[in-house]
Design a protein around this ligand. Structure first.
Ligand code: HEC
Length: 131
């Protein structure tokens, strides 16, 4: 008799625990916010097109000023000036740097940073600069 009572109390406690656990879990489930749909990543900014405007080419060419001087007028020494440089020669040098056909200390890396269209825009900019 005692054993049966203990057994039914035990079962009652187990049932209560299960019910409470179920309620507990369902209340946790309700507090988790619903997954928000992830927006598609924005389209890449077409900056290359802006680089090909006259101001864009000038901005690109400004990256060369630290070594080749303002508007391609080098201070002399080891780094050649770019002002007034023939466009074809200029582009051939950049291509040779890119392809590793002309030995370089830094230009083989720098040249790789510009597309053909950007290089041409930079070449036009420097060709138009006075020495
Ligand atoms: C960190 C310094 C540095 C920067 C920045 C730099 N150059 Fe140069 N450039 C050189 C050096 C040094 C040489 C000689 C080759 C070598 O050693 O890499 C050279 C050579 C050149 C030549 C060949 C000139 C000739 O008379 O044959 C061209 C063309 C050129 N650079 C274009 C550019 C352009 C365009 C940029 C900017 C987009 C640029 N450089 C940025 C250092 C630089």
């Amino acid at each position: 008799m005692k054993a049966k009572l203990r057994q039914s109390i035990g079962l009652g406690l187990l049932a209560a625990t299960l019910v409470l656990t179920a309620f507990g879990l369902s209340s946790i489930a309700q507090t988790v916010p619903p997954a928000t749909p992830v927006a598609a990543p924005p389209a890449p900014i077409p900056f290359a097109a802006a680089n090909l405007t006259p101001l864009g080419a000038r901005a690109l060419a400004a990256n060369c000023a630290a070594c080749h001087g303002t508007n391609g007028n080098s201070a002399g020494g080891a780094i050649p000036g770019l002002a007034g440089m023939n466009k074809e020669y200029f582009l051939n040098q950049l291509k040779a740097f890119k392809e590793g056909k002309r030995e370089a200390t830094v230009m083989h890396q720098i040249a790789k940073g510009y597309s053909d269209a950007e290089s041409a825009a930079i070449a036009d900019f420097f060709a138009a600069q006075k020495k």
